[in-house]
Write a protein that binds this ligand. Structure first.
Ligand code: G3I
Length: 316
């Protein structure tokens, strides 16, 4: 079975996988990634971020991002842009620049406008702001909020819209897949932005999950966002476990993938699902969480796991 084909049959725009430039030297990997019935969409995990695209003020480099964009184009796949504004992978010149509010807003505007403008016409949706709230629903304290309050958010969205009027503009975060303080914060933000005429089209639920620990009521939470008039995308799905993997863990992981896909299938405004790379060979998880991994639907050897069948079942 081919996952993008199954997603389309359920009225979704895409099923996709993220990827990263160093992985593209692996020919068997690229063959699977490039199967546009399996994956109708891709996201660059690193190469469109601020440190990669504007390492020094006003000096833009799109070389690695272009590689991913051109691969998507060649494969006939949609591209999600990730991301315009994030507190991580942010160059020191931004973090430690001690800019005034006016200067930092102009830096945000220039970064988002130039980045989104460079990829104009090539990107289905942009993660314009990434991870801007804490789990308790307060604004994350970073250089952007400390210098501009909430104003960087509207600046970023407006700059992105002006630079590519056809790209869907998203806020993206983790721990907003289920209801709670953080989801409420995003719902309030969406209401507030819309009331001010600031363009926002979608909410990205990253969905970095732990086996057996999905939040309850994912579908209900998607419906709450849909009621505000925005699209929903699952943007970075994976389901990690404490290693070694066992048949029981892999079976639970299969059910977890199925649960997430089913929620998206059941909500018309959920447009698609992206997995945060398709193989354990290139997953970010072991590098961040020691002793954890096996989070993807394909194993280290590019062989499909029970999780793959969970996705298939979710689309059935
Ligand atoms: O590029 C350097 C390389 O030169 C150096 O030799 C190597 C040594 O550690 O590091 C390389 O940079 C790494 C980079 O990935 C590229 O591989 C960084 O250390 C590493 O921290 C970075 O991790 C990325 C992470 O974001 C950073 O926070 C992951 O690949 C990427 O998958 C992950 O993606 C994030 C999303 O953007 C937002 N949501 C959460 C998600 C998972 O953390």
């Amino acid at each position: 079975q081919e996952l993008h084909t199954l997603a389309k049959a359920k009225g979704k725009v895409y099923f996709g996988s993220a990827t990263d430039n160093p992985e593209l030297t692996d020919a068997p990997y690229v063959a699977i990634l490039s199967d546009n019935n399996m994956f109708g969409q891709t996201t660059a995990t690193n190469s469109m971020k601020w440190d990669a695209t504007e390492p020094n003020r006003g000096q833009f480099t799109f070389t690695n991002g272009d590689v991913i964009a051109n691969l998507a184009k060649k494969n006939g796949q949609l591209l999600r842009g990730h991301n315009c504004v994030w507190h991580q992978q942010l160059p020191a010149w931004v973090t430690n620049g001690h800019f005034s509010k006016t200067d930092l807003l102009s830096i945000v505007q220039n970064h988002c406008g130039t980045l989104v403008g460079h990829y104009k016409g090539q990107v289905y949706a942009w993660d314009v702001v990434n991870e801007i709230f804490n789990d308790d629903g307060t604004i994350r304290q970073d250089v952007f909020s400390q210098t501009t309050g909430m104003d960087f958010i509207a600046t970023a969205f407006r700059a992105a819209r002006a630079a590519d009027p056809n790209a869907k503009l998203y806020a993206n975060d983790f721990n907003i897949e289920g209801p709670g303080a953080k989801s409420t914060a995003y719902q309030n933000l969406i209401r507030s932005l819309k009331s001010q005429g600031v363009p926002i089209d979608g909410i990205g639920m990253q969905a970095h999950f732990i086996v057996g620990e999905l939040p309850p009521n994912i579908q209900q939470n998607m419906e709450a966002f849909a009621a505000l008039g925005v699209d929903i995308a699952i943007t970075e799905l994976d389901v990690r476990m404490t290693l070694p993997s066992t048949p029981a863990l892999l079976a639970q992981q299969q059910r977890d993938y199925e649960t997430v896909i089913k929620a998206c299938v059941n909500v018309p405004r959920c447009v698609g699902v992206t997995i945060w790379d398709f193989t354990d060979k290139f997953s970010w998880v072991p590098g961040t969480f020691a002793g954890q991994g096996a989070a993807c639907p394909w194993d280290q050897n590019l062989v499909q796991k029970p999780a793959f069948q969970g996705i298939v079942a979710g689309f059935s």
